[in-house]
Design a protein around this ligand. Structure first.
Ligand code: PNS
Length: 159
């Protein structure tokens, strides 16, 4: 049986921490779909199509990885794609607190389990929100995000 993991997130923007989780998910599943979605609790800086484009650039070195925009419910997407599991990275207990309810709700809605991967300690401090704040103030983000994201954020804040 072919297995498919979905790595969902707002990816606003995708960071090296996200890419690491996607690479590691790919070692456990035949296919990985990176699902770029809306988080109604967050105000996005980048439009959905830009976040998708940047995720695509960041993952082009990984085979059997597809990037999709999810305008609706993740659970509906999982059902339509016959997903094996949702995969998310955890950096610490704050991430766990936020993820617990979502994982239980997604299982309630779709029956799909969420599998958690512990984030690599190299990226424990890396968060999209911090990256955006650093970029807004002209600080260095080259060790935190893929090159395409660095260029996009620099352009965004130079405008
Ligand atoms: O990177 P994030 O912001 O932690 O990811 C959260 C995200 C986008 C995966 C979550 O908000 C989501 O699944 N959004 C799609 C809409 C949905 O399914 N909402 C119900 C979640 S239980």
């Amino acid at each position: 049986m072919t297995t498919t993991a979905v790595c969902p997130g707002s990816f606003d923007p995708i960071t090296l921490g996200h890419v690491d989780v996607i690479e590691r998910a790919r070692t456990m599943f035949d296919n990985v779909i990176v699902a770029v979605a809306y988080n109604s609790a967050k105000q996005s800086l980048l439009e959905l199509d830009v976040r998708v484009e940047l995720a695509r650039a960041a993952c082009q070195h990984i085979d059997n990885v597809r990037i999709e925009a999810i305008p609706g419910l993740l659970a509906d997407f999982c059902a339509s794609e016959q997903v094996t599991a949702i995969v998310k990275g955890l950096r610490g207990s704050a991430d766990f607190d936020a993820e617990l309810a979502m994982s239980l709700m997604n299982r309630h809605l779709s029956g799909v389990e969420t599998v958690f991967i512990m984030g690599d300690p190299r990226y424990n401090h890396v968060a999209s929100s911090l990256v955006k704040d650093i970029a807004r103030h002209g600080g260095p983000i080259d060790e935190l995000v893929p090159e395409a994201v660095q260029r996009a954020l620099e352009n965004h804040f130079q405008r």
